[in-house]
Design a protein. Structure first.
Length: 565
């Protein structure tokens, strides 16, 4: 395609599609598909692919299928099927009635294999897997023809039919394409099409004893569904000649175009399904929805929103070259979304008691607190205020450093939405640790205003001790301690780079009473702490919150510094 055909401002995939539409290719249709393997939970890389495939169909008034590539029964499970469908829907996309499985086509795939055998394009081979690898050759040496390559059509048909009938043990035979053992592309050196595998399938049970390979199944499934643009990640670029060979040598209804783009690589985490499965199976994490994982289920439990993930996918875009994306960009997208929508709330994570000695005992008053300054329609709520309150331990220093604007002996701070207080006395326990502060308040300073016009630099959040609800708060950090283990000089197992501080559980937190009724997935900005969401473990008797992201936005700072340059 010449450069004159490319519309400025489009990514290369959209440019290809628009050129096809202008040329009348496929009758102007755009039909994509998202084809996950049901052998694990989806991660943020799959989310990018979901947004791309469903987004293209939406923008070009086309269709997008959801198809499960269920050709490897030993690693597949209905649990994964259900989780994938839930993730796609949660991201905001719908496949309508276009839900398919590769197993829907098992009989047709078998018939097409017979067609290849009859055409002399496939043969049954009894080499062992090690021999197949040995005969394949290398990048610099041609492969060697299998001794089975010259079997007659009749013998190949007989053996293949007997493979299906279960006459041979696993591994005894495979069906291979007859292409070119001297091809510079190793994927074209007589690749395997079928293998014998006695494993029960989650949909077809024990009715099949042979299963097709992915590279054979995928192009046929695309063609049977009328896909126009088969979009996949860059590692399949070398597989494209075989994709085309399969379609060119079978009487399929159409020939989709395979287009490859660079997969998403995100620093400080792992994106390999194999590695994620290892972390789950060996209990390094609590499950596929552990908030430390980049799985969609984990991100959802951590408090990420579908809007933030879709925006992230849009910003990252698609490219032909592999690159590493900064985790800070994903966090930035979440902050941008939650800052506009999250209700503000008071939560003290590491409590220190404050007794306001000149506040009347037994008195309780309510102060008005805004729910979200970014959303005027969010309204306000009333917070109880009393003689005893909780503040953060970090908001007090007995011997404060310079530019410490929080509470210290003799100093004054503002309590958010309430009064000015001054620290008059520090109470310590037997171990010499600060256990309580005795303070006095200015009754004329409610709302942060004073008659004499004085101002203080420090503002602290707080919770009334008599009304506080005990809560558990889980602080999550990056999964890995280094950005990219593969870039480290010393080669280690990736698990050696797991961040030991990726999870901190705080058991004695104090939250404002309204948070006790938070439902799983409800999100909030805990003032000065970050964005949090209620965990599925949360109950009214013991609310549990996950920190989704801190308030500090390093990506925004990076962007600003780049613009200033």
């Amino acid at each position: 395609m010449g450069t004159e055909e490319i519309t400025p401002g489009l990514n290369f995939i959209r440019s290809i599609i628009e050129a096809d539409i202008r040329a009348g290719k496929n009758g102007g249709r755009v039909h994509t598909r998202f084809p996950p393997e049901p052998n694990g939970y989806l991660h943020i890389g799959h989310a990018k692919s979901i947004c791309l495939n469903f987004g293209l169909a939406r923008d070009y008034r086309g269709l997008c299928n959801l198809r499960f590539d269920d050709t490897n029964p030993g690693k597949e499970d209905v649990e994964y099927v259900d989780s994938i469908m839930a993730d796609v829907r949660w991201l905001g996309f719908d496949w309508a009635e276009r839900l398919y499985y590769a197993s829907d086509y098992f009989e047709k795939l078998y018939e097409y294999a017979l067609h290849l055998i009859r055409a002399g394009k496939a043969y049954v081979c009894d080499l062992t897997p090690d021999q197949v690898r040995q005969y394949r050759g290398t990048l610099t040496e041609c492969g060697i023809n299998s001794p089975c390559r010259e079997r007659s059509v009749e013998e190949n048909l007989d053996l293949f039919q007997r493979m299906r009938a279960g006459e041979f043990p696993d591994g005894a035979y495979v069906l291979r394409a007859r292409i070119d053992m001297a091809s510079p592309n190793l994927n074209m050196r007589d690749p395997v099409l079928y293998r014998i595998r006695r494993e029960s399938h989650h949909r077809t049970g024990d009715s099949w004893l042979i299963y097709p390979m992915y590279d054979y199944t995928h192009p046929i499934s695309d063609a049977l569904e009328g896909i126009t643009h088969s979009i996949c990640t860059l590692e399949f670029e070398d597989h494209r000649p075989f994709y085309d060979w399969v379609l060119d040598n079978l009487p399929v209804p159409c020939h989709p175009q395979q287009i490859e783009f660079a997969r998403l690589n995100l620093n400080y985490t792992v994106m390999s399904k194999r590695k994620l499965l290892e972390l789950v199976d060996k209990a390094f994490v609590r499950g596929w929805d552990d908030p430390r994982l980049p799985t969609i289920a984990g991100l959802r439990r951590r408090g990420f929103t579908p809007e933030a993930i879709r925006n992230f996918a849009e910003i990252v875009g698609v490219a032909k070259r592999e690159s590493m994306v900064d985790m800070a960009l994903l966090e930035h997208c979440l902050r941008e979304d939650l800052n506009k929508r999250a209700r503000r709330a008071m939560a003290v994570l590491r409590p220190l008691k404050v007794v306001i000695t000149n506040y009347p005992e037994g008195k309780v008053e309510e102060v008005d607190a805004e729910n979200n300054p970014e959303d005027p329609g969010a309204g306000t709520r009333m917070l109880p205020f009393s003689r005893e309150i909780w503040i953060e331990q970090d908001d007090f220093r007995e011997d404060p450093p310079k530019k410490f604007f929080r509470l210290s002996p003799g100093k004054e701070i503002r309590l958010k939405h309430a009064y000015y207080i001054r620290c008059d006395e520090v109470v310590k326990d037997k171990q010499g640790c600060v256990s309580e502060l005795r303070c006095s308040y200015d009754p004329e300073s409610r709302g942060g205003w004073t008659k004499d016009g004085r101002k203080v630099l420090g503002t602290s959040h707080w919770v009334s001790a008599a009304h506080a609800v005990d809560a558990e708060v889980r602080l999550y950090d990056k999964l890995l301690s280094v950005p990219d283990p593969s870039a480290e000089k010393e080669e280690k197992d990736f698990k050696e780079y797991l961040n030991p501080d990726s999870l901190e559980i705080l058991k004695d937190c104090k939250i404002e009473p309204s948070l006790a009724e938070a439902k799983s997935g409800d999100f909030f900005q805990f003032l000065r702490q970050g964005y949090f969401c209620a965990d599925p473990d949360s109950t009214p008797s013991l609310p549990v919150f996950n920190r989704s992201v801190t308030l500090r936005d390093s990506w925004a700072k990076i962007e600003k510094s780049q613009q200033e340059k």
